[in-house]
Design a protein around this ligand. Structure first.
Ligand code: PPE
Length: 305
């Protein structure tokens, strides 16, 4: 998806002009994938742009860094303030936000211990991630031939830059095969997640979403959707899902910051009733919650200004 520039990018403490936010080609992370990142959305609200669950996203960035063994040279509060300043500097009512902590220029080789840690935060307008009207139309999905990382290979719970080679392989394979998104299985064959979303499947009236132990990222949208569903009286649980559960699901959806809530229309050409009534109900409340329109979830919206 093409990027539309915004005026400023935050780099190591300063808001610099978009075109000046450059790195050297010998930046360590560019060679070895040794970075951590986040994906956050700011939504238009009556009180100005509000960044959805910003604190949890920045906390997860620090957890990813901890798993990688990287020390970010800022505090959580400093990066929360920096993210708010960056969003405010765009002048946009809504945008996507990408914080990235990476090993910078100055060291080569696999030893990251002497490397300098740089941090950047960029924003740009980003529309529908899995196509317009993804709740009503639904997404055609394919089980990937690529396996999600094993916990002792590349910890899937950390949002590290290098982890996304696996996601890109799966995404491109699915697109080339005529599908819109891929579902990744863990090394033990159970369902893990999608290339950039968590997955929920309804079986026998109960929605299930795979646990971190199955190779899923601890999704902040996943967490939000579980609270919303529970408040709607929908039975929703974290539990393992087998591939066959997908084929005979009563309804299914995927969710993530970029994708929001998107229905699943089919998996490996097995049709799933779409859009499912519970999916629609959850998506409607989620759309209101992120825009500060539901008082029950107002504390999830952190104003940029
Ligand atoms: N799993 C993966 C692998 C993943 O990348 C994401 C977010 C999620 C689950 C959902 O997590 P959360 O956003 O906290 O609900 N994917 C981000 C990156 C997308 C991209 O193309 O870049 C996102 O949605 O921002």
């Amino acid at each position: 998806m093409p990027i539309t520039p915004t005026p400023k990018i935050w780099m190591n403490g300063d808001l610099v002009d978009w075109d000046q936010a450059q790195v050297h080609v010998l930046t360590h992370t560019l060679h070895y994938g040794t970075g951590v990142f986040e994906g956050i959305r700011a939504y238009e609200t009556a009180d100005g742009p509000a960044i959805f669950r910003l604190t949890e996203h920045i906390e997860r960035l620090f957890n990813s860094a901890k798993i990688l063994g990287m020390t970010i040279p800022y505090t959580v509060d400093e990066l929360i303030a920096a993210t708010k300043a960056t969003v405010a500097s765009t002048g946009l009512p809504a945008c996507y936000v990408r914080p990235l902590a990476y090993y910078g220029y100055g060291e080569m080789g696999l030893n990251t211990l002497p490397c300098q840690v740089d941090v950047a935060i960029a924003c740009w307008p980003w529309g529908a991630y899995l196509g317009d009207d993804a709740v009503a139309k639904g997404v055609r999905m394919k089980i990937s031939s690529w396996t999600r990382h094993d916990h002792n290979t590349m910890p899937p719970a950390a949002k590290t830059v290098g982890n996304y080679v696996n996601s890109s392989l799966a995404k491109v394979e699915a697109l080339n095969a005529g599908y819109e998104e891929a579902i990744m299985l863990a090394p033990n064959g159970l369902v893990a997640e999608c290339t950039g979303e968590n997955i929920f499947v309804s079986r026998n009236g109960i929605f299930l979403t795979p646990p971190i132990s199955a190779g899923a990222l601890e999704g902040i949208t996943q967490n939000s959707v579980m609270r919303i569903a529970a408040d709607l009286g929908i039975d929703i649980r974290v539990d393992n899902i087998a591939r066959s559960d997908l084929y005979i699901a009563e309804e299914a959806f995927v969710c993530g910051t970029a994708a929001e809530v998107s229905s699943v229309r089919s998996v490996d050409d097995r049709e799933i009733p779409c859009p499912g009534p519970k999916t629609v109900a959850i998506a409607e409340v989620y759309a209101k919650a992120v825009r500060g329109e539901d008082p029950r979830y107002r504390d999830w919206c952190e104003l940029a200004g």
